[in-house]
Design a protein around this ligand. Structure first.
Ligand SMILES: [Fe+2]
Length: 242
């Protein structure tokens, strides 16, 4: 398989990965303006982008997902809870698996940062039938977690984030690599490390927030004050309109 991590503006991280042997790829969390760049990266690898996925409706940047999908003939995909949006997309369900030749991608619904947030659990079957890494979007960042306050309902979302992190991501194998959608400087989370990857085991051992009780977690996470995202409403409007 191949994997490329792409540093985008606003401290975001996007991805292109897939199966070189079968010539199939997936692009994740692509920014507007980067569409031609991703199309060229795929061409250079000799792969066709089969799926373009946004891990959630972004509030900090305009998505290039739909445009890249149109440009490359790929399917644009979001979690199925976005079903009321006025454009067509492939609705992804929790537990669903997408195939890219020898690579498979399992969808994990992980709400908390947003209602529709998903993580993508990736397996390269040429190496083994266990997952190798997880794209965590803005739910689990390195040394930090995604902010739950973007849409109000902060305590409720922090409660859902607790379930997503503690009950869904942390039980995954310790060796599993975490590849997040944001790095230090992102407005979607505070205190994020400048290192753009980690493992489940390292984060479990060295992030005290993850060992707190549910009540302590909600209290701590809800109390963190992060700067407001400029133009958040206009960005969301663009990402959810035709
Ligand atoms: Fe986000």
């Amino acid at each position: 398989m191949f994997l490329e991590q792409v540093a985008c503006d606003k401290s975001s991280l996007a991805y292109l990965f897939g199966c070189v042997g079968k010539g199939l790829a997936m692009a994740v969390d692509v920014h507007a303006g980067d569409e031609a760049r991703f199309a060229a990266m795929a061409q250079a690898r000799g792969v066709k982008i089969q799926y373009v996925v946004d891990t959630h409706i972004h509030a900090d940047h305009v998505s290039g997902g739909r445009r890249l999908a149109a440009l490359t003939g790929a399917k644009y995909a979001l979690h199925e809870s976005d079903h009321s949006l006025p454009f067509e997309f492939l609705p992804l369900a929790d537990g669903q698996t997408l195939s890219l030749g020898n690579v498979s991608v399992k969808v994990l619904h992980t709400p908390g940062h947003t209602d529709d947030h998903i993580c993508l659990l990736v397996t390269d079957h040429t190496r083994g039938d266990e997952p190798w890494f997880v794209l965590t979007g803005h739910s689990r960042c390195v040394g930090s977690i995604g902010r739950p306050d973007l849409h109000g309902r902060t305590h409720e979302m922090a409660d859902r984030l607790y379930d997503s992190l503690v009950n869904r991501l942390l039980p995954l194998p310790d060796y599993l690599e975490i590849l997040p959608g944001a790095q230090a400087g992102s407005a979607c989370g505070g205190g994020i490390s400048g290192k753009p990857c980690s493992t489940i085991g390292f984060e479990k051992r060295h992030n005290p927030t993850l060992s707190k009780s549910r009540e302590q977690f909600i209290e701590e996470v809800s109390a963190v004050v992060l700067p407001p995202i400029d133009e958040i409403q206009s960005i969301i409007k663009i990402n959810t309109s035709l």
